[in-house]
Design a protein around this ligand. Sequence first.
Ligand SMILES: Cc1cc2nc3c(=O)[nH]c(=O)nc-3n(C[C@H](O)[C@H](O)[C@H](O)COP(=O)(O)OP(=O)(O)OC[C@H]3O[C@@H](n4cnc5c(N)ncnc54)[C@H](O)[C@@H]3O)c2cc1C
Length: 815
Amino acid sequence: MSEEIGLPAQARVVIVGGGIAGLSVAYHLAKLGWRDVLLLERHKLTSGTTWHAAGLVGQLRATHNLTRLAKYTAELFARLETETGVATGFRQRGSLAVAATEGRWIELKRGASMARHFGLEAQLMTPTEARNAWPLLNVDDLVGGLFIPKDGQTNPVDTAMALARGARNGGARIVEGVRVTGIASRNGTATGVRTSHGDVAAEIVVNCAGLWGHAVGRMAGVTIPLHAAEHFYVVTEPIAGLSPDTPVLRDPDGANYFKEDAGKLLVGWFEPVARPWDERAAPDDFAFGTLPVDMDHIQPQLEKAAARVPRFGEAGIRTFFNGPESFTPDDRYLLGEAPELRNFFVACGFNSIGIQSSGGAGMVLAQWIVDGHPPMDLWDVDIRRVMPFQANRAYLRDRTGETLGLLYAMHWPYRQVETARDARRSPLHDRLAVLGACFGETAGWERANWFAPPGEDAVYAYSYGRQNWHDASSAEHRAARQAVALFDQTSFAKFLVQGRDAERVLNRICANDVAVAPGKVVYTQWLNARGGIEADLTVTRLDATRFLVVTSAVCQTRDLAWLTRHIPEDAHCGVTDVTSGMAVLGVMGPNARPLLSQVSPGDFSNDAFPFMTSREIDLGYARVRASRVTYVGTLGWELYIPAEFAAHVFDTLFDSGEAFGLKLAGYHALNSLRLECGYRHFGHDITDETTPLEAGLGFAVAFDKPGGFIGREALAAQRGSPLTRRLVSVVLDDPEPLLLHDEPLWRDGERVGITSSGMFGHTVDRSVGLGYVHNSAGVDAAWLASGRWEVEIACERLSCRVSLKAPVDTKAVRG
Ligand SMILES: Cc1cc2nc3c(=O)[nH]c(=O)nc-3n(C[C@H](O)[C@H](O)[C@H](O)COP(=O)(O)OP(=O)(O)OC[C@H]3O[C@@H](n4cnc5c(N)ncnc54)[C@H](O)[C@@H]3O)c2cc1C
């Protein structure tokens, strides 16, 4: 025991950081009955960022799972005071978001549709109704508003203290004035912390260090991509007539929010270009700290706020506030067990919504710690989405200048970030750029999303309707269906699994049977013990002891961690991430066969090169691996090319392609093609919360293979009973509206599901999607066929067809 402070030598869980996130994790662990929980705070509770939050508690988030978590926070805060006896200041006065443009109005209406699906009350308002709800509002330029009556506001410090009381009541220990200076680990597992007051051994360490989370991650060798930015608000002098019942007002088009605060207005903002702040420049004892206010920086926001609420412009300003908050490269927080270190958990990077996220994030993280797995699909915020390069400070600083503003910017479909780009490029990047590629960013990779026709700019013009790339992407799509399209798919993550036990190890992890002959490609899922899908990928057997695992770019970290963690210690089996060494070109379409036959002496006939087989071929002067697979539902091959030969192979194909109608194609076309064929995408259509049976992937499960596989028992149990939840294909009747994701599905006037992804399908000439529907008596073809189906887009219900079968039959087109 440390003498001055009474620090125990060990605890079951050590939480680093006494802000609202750490306190919520402690509270929820205590609720779950874990008593031996120690929270260490280097200074005083809430002294980091929590103490100065504005205290808005909104519930509508960008995706349905994040909305579920924020909704839980509001429910928790509503009962916390009664439960703990500590006043929280939480009030449910509602929130009003207003739209000054048609695009924003659609965004709000789409949000309302999703909110209602989860039982969140959401009322659309005309500008006049909005002014009735918020009398000081200037509605002259408004199109409409969205009112969420159960949204709240709270006093962040009091709420954090109520969580602390709840945690203590449940047995947790909270110690202030102790700084964590190191993370102890053994054999890839966290074993405790080093502190300013001695070492504490622990089974579990949780990083809740707010904007210092990056530094605490470094102590553990864990990538925590977050960076602080300056974040502002002002508080006015008292404003006569401002009712204490005034709801929170958000004016995203002006990037401002307004909160009634004891007769004054607190006005904060999310300016388009923010000021990153390097916490390393701050003194070690930075606590309850503020930053200088640069009037030139905030003046444009003050003017916009005065235009929206003229009385604000007339009121004097009592407080100018600037405090730091942490932001992540994709504006989503970081949650879960770190892929680099077992038993090291993370809850940080809250992007200015840490108060409203704290309840839900703390609840699911505590359950994750106790159960050893997340209680629901948390992929949106899962730390395993992170790439190692994202620890780079220069990258983080530059991106942070943009991400703060993106919180209130238009969330256009397909919107791409603009900062810290061009870092991770395929060897073909420059060739594609010259040929008109418009790049998007996924997992840091620059990927061609579409190709601008000659003479047109490869630049997005965003809207909720058909965007400027619609026709170009349509031509790429048609090339894949009718001629041949060339996709740069280098961003695939690729792992070489090798060793005498590789087959045995992989066959335990894979639901499908990979004990196949060399040269076979196997499509498979990796399941958890509950039968949920952890990964969706292909395994190619190269020879007796070597396998190539190929998965999507965003799953590189996640799948590698899952794989390496499931290799038994005594197994002769190693994994090498060979992503960077190989480029991938997809040659897809009916003319793929004649084109490849022209550039390669290989035999590409159906008999010689059947579907789901793979072999090395000569192509031009290179030697590449060709795998006959498809994610677009046409005849085609993926070519795995040593990176230094990528340009040569590309040139060879491109130069010969014209005679076969070859077109370069991007990821928008790929998405459109795969959705028409009902091919699932991990993270959207399949997650760890869905089983292969629910997802219609039972064909890829080898129930009877010797030795079984992880998840088999759970899956076998589900096989016996009707499926109450299933993935379906959705096709809109009206060719105009666009499906994106999270659109509610209605059957005979009842809300029964929600889409998971959607896009315009150029073969069927209308929007197509995938989504999950529920029926307690079971979802089957007859139930689907007997209903009248509608999909709700922006609060409007549109007729659609729903089926277990995809609109484009791939059996006929795979060649
Ligand atoms: C101006 C402003 C307005 C905001 N308004 C809102 C709002 O209206 N609604 C909303 O939801 N969110 C809002 N936020 C965001 C919110 O305040 C944060 O997301 C939230 O407080 C983050 O909580 P945290 O626990 O992750 O971090 P913090 O509160 O910073 O807690 C982290 C703690 O870890 C401690 N720590 C760090 N390193 C160590 C170490 N090595 N050892 C021990 N302890 C350590 C720190 O001292 C700190 O107390 C706002 C933020 C700002 C700046």
